[in-house]
Design a protein around this ligand. Sequence first.
Ligand code: ADP
Length: 590
Amino acid sequence: MRNRILFWQFFGAHIVILIVAVGSVALYAWHTSSREFHRQWIRELESQAKLAAALLPRGDGAVDDVAAQRFMERLKVLGDRRFTLILPDGKVLGDSESDASRMDLHHERPEVKMAKRTGMGISERYSATLGKPMLYLAQRVPPDGPEQAVVRVSVPVRSLTHELASTHRTLFLLLGVVLVATLVLSYWAALRIIGPVSAFREGLDRIGGGDLSHRLAVPAVPHLAELARAINRTADRLQKYIQAVDDERNMRALILANMTRGVIAIDRRHAVMDINDSARQMLGLKEPVAEGTRIGEAVRYAELLALIDASERQEGPVEREMVIGEAGDILLNMRATALKDRESNRVGTLMVLSDVTVLRKLERVRQDFVANVSHELRTPVTSVKGFAETLLDGAMNDAATAERFLKIIVRQASQLETIIRDLLDLSRLEQSSSQTLERQETPVAGVLKSAVELCQARASERGLTVMIDCAEKLSVQMHAGLIEQAVVNLIDNAIKYGATAEQPQVVVSARREGACVRLAVRDFGHGVERAHLDRLFERFYRVDKGRSREMGGTGLGLAIVKHIVLIHGGTVGVESELGQGATFSLYLPA
Ligand code: ADP
């Protein structure tokens, strides 16, 4: 429909222009040809009148009837024009088409009057004699001097207009042909131009509507072809640009979505521009936050809103921490920075949230560890120093006391040595990982046997028997030396804390459990109170510090066990009831 309107706007304008142009030419040609035709007729009549005047016999007096008769005879050679010979008094002496004797005086005829006065007169009027309109031309003879006569030549107006009309017909026919030909040409041109132009419009509509792969067909018309190519080139660039913007936006969304840190971007009016999943999870928001939602409506944490206000009041980034979570056990670090546009005007605020609960806990563990190590080392060092000083102060003089003191010093020194050895073991284990650990498929029974052998003497000292319960063919990928060390630590503990008179036994077992191989050391001693179970594997954690020291313990044995199992990709566990003994287990991936 729009095509048709465009076509008629274009072609309609052509029709109007062509009709006006051809009409003006026709009018001008009609007018000019009529005038020219008229002039030509007058020139012809004039030359015939002059010729006729030349044929009039010259004499001094007026022309007589005989001369007139002869004159009229001679005029016949000049063709079929009507000639009239008029005497100066107006009497008609001869007429080639009427009887002169019956004609009235002609001196009042306009052409005759004018000829008498100026030598020549013209008039177009109705002829009463012939009863039709005529064009007259009268010639005074001679043109100056005493007037002899007036020769008049005339022609019917109809023969004039007839001839003119035929000329006009030819002219109009020609112009008509020109008009039709140009209209046909213009129609064809309109079709050739409007077709591609409307295809351009449809194409541009599609490209503008998002179909960026659409390209315009290149028409045959050279200028339009160049235009189509230029539009296609622009569409190419636009497509590439939009693809780049899309890719960038997707990349940004992907990065935001996969960030473990929470990210919230808000504008100046505090409306949310972007919020990633991590931020929603950290803030406990179950529903997605729609773009444009006011941050105060989506998030109720006053600290976070206060942080935004603080960030708006100052130039640099603002950082704060807030405790959240139902149990108040999550520590969030929040950092707010101004979002700025190209002209460095503030357009909003960017907040990055990180869950620092684990980090802070690790920091605390590290601080506790340093404090614990210092404390553990100070005890034997103080003891060694104290006894050594006492010896120097005179106790050496008493041989028995000196020996007792020196034995204490030796025991404390070996305690110090044990702590340092355990700390070094632990630190070495912390540096290894499951990726770097060298493992080999090893029969478990062999490892258990050699561990038991290492503890055999201490067990016998305390009257304990250690039994092994393990299938010979059971094997697992492990670092045999480390697993042996872990089992030795567990058997050692069982000997230290599990020796009771009722059931002086330690059972070391291994069996396949699901996807794991479970190594367990069971004793039948006092066991551990439930409240302590979760913390037994922490460094320096001891249920009874005094007893542990007395036994030569460092509080690091179970921590070492846990690390050995962790770098094997396994887990540890403990089951115990007070008075029922304890079972410590290592689960290694089979
Ligand atoms: P320690 O050098 O004190 O033995 P561990 O890390 O080996 O350090 O053990 C930590 C604590 O766990 C011990 O102090 C002890 O209180 C408790 N414990 C370990 N094994 C047993 C066990 N078999 N029976 C009872 N308590 C145990």
